[in-house]
Design a protein around this ligand. Structure first.
Ligand SMILES: C[C@@H](N)C(=O)N[C@H](C)C(=O)O
Ligand SMILES: [Zn+2]
Length: 222
C-alpha cells in the first residue's frame, strides 16, 4: 500500500513544522526604537534596596526564575527612580525593588504558571505583546523604613492578586493606605504611572520608545 507508507514518512516532517510554528519568540515590532541603555539601579543609588522575588522561590510560581538578583532599567527610568527615592529619603523612607527589567522568556514562564483567571484580569502580561518589564521601563516597588531598614506594610503583599492590590483599594489599615499613596505620589512626580491592578507596578512614561527584549542579566552586565 503506497499511500500509508508515503504518509508515514511525512509524519516527522509535519511534527517539526508544527513545532517550529509553535516556538515562542518575543513579538516582532516595527519600531523605530531607541537603542537599549541599561543601568543597574543600585549602582546609581545604593540607598535603593532590592528583594528581587523572581530570583527566589518567594514568588507566586514557587520557583526561582532568575539566576541572579539584579535590578536593571533603561537609563531614563533608572534616573527617574533615583529622583523618586531621593524625595522619599527626605520623608524617612527608601524604595524597595521587587522586580525591574525582566527578560521576555520569564514573562512567558509567568504566563505559563498563571491561572486562566489571572491571565484574563491582566495580572501577568501576555507574552504575545510582552510586558513593559521586558522593555526595561517597568518597576515593581515598595517602601522600606530608613530608621529600621524594614519593609513598610501595604494594603496587600507583593503579587497578591486580589482587590487589596488595587491602587485605589479603600479598605485595610489606614497607615498601609497612606504608605501606598505616598509611594504612588513620589513615583508619579517622576514620570511613572501606576498599574490599575497592582499598587507596586509602575510604568515609566518612555516605555513606548524601547522594544521587548530577551537579553539575560549576564549579557546586560557585560
Ligand atoms: C506578575 C506581576 N508582577 C507583573 O509584573 N504583572 C504585569 C502586568 C506584567 O507582567 O507586566
Ligand atoms: Zn510589574
Amino acid at each position: 500500500m503506497a499511500y500509508p507508507t508515503r504518509f508515514s514518512r511525512l509524519i516527522p516532517i509535519l511534527i517539526l513544522a508544527v513545532a517550529a510554528g509553535c516556538r515562542s519568540t518575543p513579538p516582532q515590532e516595527p519600531g523605530p526604537f531607541r537603542d537599549p541603555d541599561f543601568a543597574e539601579v543600585v549602582r546609581l543609588d545604593p540607598r535603593i534596596h532590592t528583594d528581587i522575588r523572581y530570583a527566589t522561590a518567594n514568588n507566586f510560581t514557587g520557583h526561582p526564575l532568575y539566576p541572579e538578583s539584579k535590578a536593571f532599567l533603561q537609563r531614563p527610568a533608572a534616573e527617574a527612580l533615583v529622583r523618586a527615592n531621593r524625595s522619599l529619603l527626605a520623608l524617612g523612607y527608601g524604595l524597595l525593588i521587587y522586580d525591574a527589567y525582566r527578560p521576555w522568556s520569564v514573562t512567558q514562564a509567568l504566563w505559563d504558571s498563571a491561572s486562566p483567571h489571572e491571565r484574563a484580569i491582566g495580572f501577568v502580561a501576555d507574552p504575545k505583546t510582552g510586558s513593559k518589564h521586558n522593555r526595561g521601563c517597568a518597576v515593581d516597588v515598595g517602601l522600606y523604613e530608613l530608621r529600621t531598614g524594614k519593609e513598610v506594610a501595604m494594603p496587600s503583599g507583593y503579587d497578591e492578586f486580589s482587590e487589596r492590590a488595587h491602587p485605589d483599594y479603600a479598605g485595610g489599615p489606614p497607615e498601609a493606605r497612606r504608605a501606598r499613596d505616598l509611594l504612588r505620589r513620589a513615583m508619579e512626580a517622576q514620570g511613572f504611572g501606576v498599574d490599575p491592578n497592582e499598587w507596586w507596578h509602575f510604568n515609566h512614561k518612555d516605555w513606548r520608545a524601547y522594544r521587548v527584549l530577551d537579553t539575560s542579566f549576564a549579557e546586560l552586565a557585560r
